[in-house]
Design a protein around this ligand. Structure first.
Ligand code: UT7
Length: 331
C-alpha cells in the first residue's frame, strides 16, 4: 500500500479591526513606546471588538484557508482549535462553535490547551490522524482573544499580547518531499507558574469569596531565559534527527513573543536575517495564532512557494514547546 503523508495544503489568517499602538498604553500605564520597542520589538497589536470571540476570529481565518485549499466544506473530516482564550471556559469547545459557524456538520471537533505552542501541537495531531489513515483533510486553527484575559493595570504583561487567528488545511499526500517531515512536542509542568491564568475552581460562587481573577500572569525574565534555551535546543534536535542543516531551510518561523528572543535564537542557530520570519512588531504575541499568522504573512507577500521548507519553533505556558519541519504544499 502507498504510504500516506500529511501536507500543509493552505494557510490563512485573520487580523481583528482595532489597531492598538504602544502610545495608547502611555495613557493608562506607567510605560512608554520607547521601552516597549526596545525591550520587545513590538510597535502595535490588534484587539478584537467586544462582540468578537476567538471562534469568530478563527472562522474568518478558516474560511480563507478552506477557499485556498479548493476543498468543499463537506470534505473537512476533523476540526481542531488551539486557544488559551476560548469562547467559554469549559464547554462548549471553541472548535464546536467554529465548525457550526462554518457549516460543518457531523464531524469531530475539539480544542487543545497548549498555549503558545498550540499550532505545533495541532500539526502533530493532524499528522498522526492523516498518516494513520483515519482522516484525509483536517482544519487546524489557532485563535486568540487574549485581550479578554489581560490585566490592563499590569504593564509587564498587557503591552505584550495581541488578538488574531491563523488557520491551515492539512491533507493527505503520497509525496514525502511535499509533506510535514517531522513534528516534535514536549512539556514540563514543573514550570507551570511561569505563565498562568490563575483562575481555578477552588473559589466559591456560593459565598462570592476566594474567587481568583483569571488575568494572565507571567514571570517575564525567567520565561525569557528558558525560552531562548529551549527554542534553540529544540531546533538543534529536530535538525539533527532529520539530517537537515540550516542552509536547507527556506524560512525559520519562531513563536513571536519578543524580538530579542527571536534574534538570540536565530543568531545562535546561524540563520541569516532573510531566513528568519518576524511579525512581532506588528501583531505582538498572539499565542497559538502567532506561527500561522507569520506563515500567512510570507504567503501573502508572495515569498512562500510550493515545496519550500519551513522550520517552526514554539514555546509557551504549561510549559510546552515544540518544533516542526514543514514543506508548503499549497499554491
Ligand atoms: O509567549 C510565551 C513566551 N513568552 C515569552 O517568552 C516572554 C518572555 N519575556 C519577555 O519577553 C521579557 O522578559 C519582558 C518583555 C516581559 C520583560 O522584559 P525584561 O527586559 O525581562 O524586563 P524585566 O522584567 O527584567 O523588567 C525590567 C524593568 C522593571 O523595572 P525595575 O524593577 O527594574 O524598576 C520592570 O518593572 O522594566 C520594568 N517594566 C516596564 N517598564 C516600562 C516592565 N514592563 C514595563 C513596561 N514599561 N511595559
Amino acid at each position: 500500500m502507498t504510504k500516506k503523508y500529511a501536507s500543509l495544503k493552505s494557510i490563512a489568517s485573520y487580523i481583528p479591526p482595532k489597531c492598538i499602538k504602544n502610545s495608547d498604553f502611555e495613557e493608562i500605564l506607567d510605560t512608554s513606546d520607547e521601552w516597549i520597542q526596545k525591550r520587545t520589538g513590538i510597535q502595535m497589536r490588534y484587539f478584537a471588538s467586544p462582540e468578537q470571540n476567538s471562534s469568530d476570529l478563527g472562522v474568518e481565518a478558516a474560511k480563507l484557508a478552506i477557499k485556498r485549499s479548493n476543498l468543499k466544506i463537506e470534505e473537512i473530516d476533523l476540526v481542531i482549535v488551539a486557544t488559551l482564550s476560548p469562547d467559554f471556559l469549559g464547554m462548549p469547545s471553541t472548535a464546536c462553535l467554529l465548525s457550526t459557524k462554518l457549516g460543518i456538520k457531523n464531524r469531530p471537533a475539539f480544542d487543545i490547551s497548549t498555549a503558545c505552542s498550540g499550532f505545533i501541537y495541532l500539526l502533530a495531531l493532524a499528522k498522526s490522524f492523516i498518516e494513520s489513515g483515519t482522516y484525509e483533510n483536517i482544519l487546524i486553527v489557532g485563535a486568540e482573544k487574549i485581550s479578554s484575559i489581560l490585566d490592563f493595570t499590569d504593564r509587564s504583561t498587557s503591552v505584550l499580547f495581541g488578538d488574531g487567528a491563523g488557520a491551515a488545511i492539512i491533507s493527505t499526500t503520497t509525496q514525502k518531499e511535499h509533506s510535514i517531515l517531522d513534528v516534535h512536542i514536549s512539556s514540563d509542568g514543573a514550570y507551570s507558574d511561569y505563565l498562568l491564568t490563575p483562575r481555578t475552581l477552588k473559589g466559591s460562587h456560593f459565598l462570592e469569596e476566594n474567587l481568583i481573577p483569571q488575568y494572565l500572569q507571567m514571570k517575564g525574565n525567567e520565561t525569557f531565559k528558558l525560552a531562548v534555551k529551549t527554542l534553540t535546543n529544540d531546533v538543534e534536535e529536530i535538525m539533527k534527527k532529520n539530517n537537515i542543516d540550516v542552509n536547507s531551510i527556506d524560512f525559520f518561523i519562531p513563536h513571536q513573543a519578543n524580538l530579542r528572543i527571536i534574534s538570540a535564537v536565530g543568531e545562535q542557530l546561524k540563520f541569516s536575517p532573510q531566513q528568519v520570519v518576524v511579525t512581532v512588531h506588528k501583531y505582538g504575541n498572539t499565542s497559538a495564532a502567532s506561527i500561522p499568522m507569520a506563515m500567512n504573512d510570507i504567503y501573502e507577500d508572495g515569498k512562500l512557494k510550493n515545496g519550500d521548507l519551513m522550520l517552526l519553533d514554539a514555546f509557551g505556558g504549561g510549559l510546552t514547546w515544540g518544533s516542526a519541519l514543514v514543506h508548503f504544499n499549497g499554491n
